[in-house]
Ligand binder design. Structure first.
Ligand SMILES: [Zn+2]
Length: 187
């Protein structure tokens, strides 16, 4: 959804944005089922025997522990690194993706707890207010990491950066540095 929004906005703009769009993705994951090789007949069926193991497989994050970075904590709106640090372009882009998610879901939800290694992300947290928006019929569908206030206070605390402010995206601006004269049209 986020990249569709970005791609459509850039395709419709009269000029390209003055920055590159990082190409990030969440790691691929899947289940592997292991079956025993025991079979009574002369021909072994493809999946003979009993199920003896179930494994969760995830795409490997290369580079070791030093390559792993926490970009945005699930109770914060700001990058967990300072300007100029390696990866700051990534974290600013992720702050911008939260703005897109907030607008495209009508203020319902954002992704946070962004972390990973450069282009590969893992272990995100969906943030939404289950009570206000009647999500999940009262069930705790997004675990204890779902800090509702991060979504409900998004407009007050999110600080738009250079990605958000590019006119081609047409995003309503949020943050302490925004004045009414600088606001563009809302989605
Ligand atoms: Zn913004």
């Amino acid at each position: 959804m986020t990249y569709n929004f970005i791609d459509n906005a850039i395709a419709s703009a009269t000029s390209p944005p003055p920055f590159d769009i990082p190409c990030l993705h969440f790691m691929e994951a899947g289940l592997a089922l292991a079956h025993s090789q025991i079979s009574k007949g002369p021909v072994k069926p493809k999946f003979s025997g009993m199920l003896c193991g179930i494994y969760l497989l995830e795409e490997k994050i290369e580079g070791g522990n030093g390559a792993f970075t926490k970009y945005i904590h699930n109770m914060d709106y700001e990058p967990m690194m300072s300007a100029g640090m390696n990866g700051y372009d990534i974290v600013e882009f992720l702050v911008f993706t939260q703005h897109i998610q907030y607008c495209k879901t009508g203020g319902l939800s954002i992704i946070s707890d962004y972390q990973g290694s450069r282009m590969l992300l893992t272990d995100p947290q969906i943030l939404t207010d289950l009570l206000v928006f009647s999500v999940g019929s009262g069930a705790d569908v997004f675990s204890k990491g779902n800090l509702e206030s991060t979504v409900t206070l998004f407009e007050k605390h999110h600080e738009c950066n250079w990605f958000c402010k590019w006119p081609g995206f047409g995003l309503k601006q949020f943050g302490s540095l925004v004045t009414s004269g600088h606001e563009s049209s809302a989605l």
